[in-house]
Design a protein around this ligand. Structure first.
Ligand code: ADP
Ligand code: MG
Length: 342
């Protein structure tokens, strides 16, 4: 264990100013034989020790963006058409296959929404965690098993030794998600990308998993990218937030400022959809209409068709990401001042 601690400390010292940066990234997908843009000029910055929320309705491009960080999705026809992703200034698109392999899990790890798809039902929990550990750390079986037990204990499994021998089917959804988080921590990464990590779980289990993730994030000074459709979770967990709508970031900035003064009508609408703010017994407010699919985005503001404040000028030409700006807080909207007054 001392060895692990030393390796981890050295790694951390090396990456004191660690930063993961998505720079002006556009991704295209193939729909009915046509290549269409699905993520448009997205820029995000994640520093170690901070939690960044990426929030928006289903279909807005959050998962495509998150997965692009590990260059996943390329097998499903997702292609980078523009931009870059930098890990401490090194482009992920210029990495050798070997560096990429080490980076995945070693520097940046991912926790998915549905743990069952990420776990293999025919192998025991122990063999799957040990495999990840040995892929990244120079350990024999005995050392790796000890580390697996330590990791499972860290994620709140009391009978970690017993869990090693179990198969994914034998565990509840919450326990499986704990196993995935333990696997994500296996090689002591600097960043965790959690894509709707609690969406598939019961509310009480969700709360415990969120508490666990935040606890690990603080203890290990991780940079955490939390993908979610739930603004309540953003309030609880994040330092910064980027709001995504139809392939674009429409608003971003420090969470405190965005909660204090949401600038974009889409953000305001999403915040109105939080269960906490709607009266008990009343149906949740919903945003009328639907997120347009890639290939069907309007040419001006993507949200114009659903926006209560939209004017003719919104529909004319594409809008810059920072049409409105106050320090780090930016919004892609021509009518922020009307939105704030309203
Ligand atoms: N591999 C793919 N091929 C074609 N279309 C895709 C692919 N992946 C995602 N999409 C489409 O891109 C849009 C954004 O998807 P996604 O990133 O999964 O959204 P979110 O995670 O915000 O719900 C959706 O319309 C989805 O159908
Ligand atoms: Mg998604």
């Amino acid at each position: 264990m001392t060895y692990i601690k030393v390796v981890a400390t050295v790694a951390r010292l090396r990456h004191t100013s660690a930063m993961l940066e998505i720079r002006d990234l556009s991704l295209s997908v193939t729909i009915q034989g046509n290549s269409v843009e699905a993520v448009s000029s997205v820029s995000l910055q994640l520093e170690s020790g901070r939690v960044l929320g990426l929030v928006g309705e289903s279909g807005c491009g959050k998962s495509l963006t998150a997965q692009s960080i590990l260059r996943l999705g390329e097998h499903q026809g997702v292609r980078k058409s523009h931009g870059d992703i930098l890990l401490d200034r090194d482009s992920l698109f210029e990495m050798s296959d070997e560096t990429l392999r080490r980076m995945r899990g070693g520097r940046i790890a991912m926790v998915f929404q549905e743990p069952m798809t990420a776990l293999n039902p025919v192998f025991s929990i122990g063999s799957q965690i040990i495999e990840v550990i040995r892929l990244h750390l120079d350990m024999d079986l005995k050392q790796a098993s000890a580390r697996a037990v330590a990791l499972l204990t860290d994620v709140g499994m009391e009978d970690a030794q017993q869990v090693l021998a179990q198969y994914p089917d034998a565990l509840s959804g919450g326990m499986r998600q704990r196993v995935l988080i333990a696997m994500a921590m296996a090689a002591d990464p600097d960043y965790i990308i959690a894509d709707e990590p609690t969406t598939a779980l019961d509310v009480s289990v969700q709360k415990r998993i969120i508490a666990l993730l935040l606890n690990l994030q603080r203890k290990r000074n991780l940079g955490l990218l939390l993908v979610t459709h739930d603004f309540g979770l953003v309030a609880e967990m994040c330092d910064d937030v980027a709001v995504m709508y139809a392939g674009q970031i429409v608003e971003s900035g420090p969470v405190s400022e965005i909660f204090d003064q949401p600038a974009h009508p889409y953000t305001r609408a999403l915040m109105g959809c939080r269960p906490e703010v709607s009266e008990a017994g009343h149906a949740l407010p919903v945003i009328g209409g639907q997120v347009p699919q890639p290939g069907q985005w309007p040419q001006g503001c993507h949200f114009a068709d659903r926006c209560p404040l939209a004017q003719d000028d919104c529909k004319k030409a594409p809008l810059a990401a920072n049409v409105w700006q106050q320090n780090q807080h930016i919004a892609r909207c021509l009518h922020v001042n009307t939105a704030i007054k309203g």
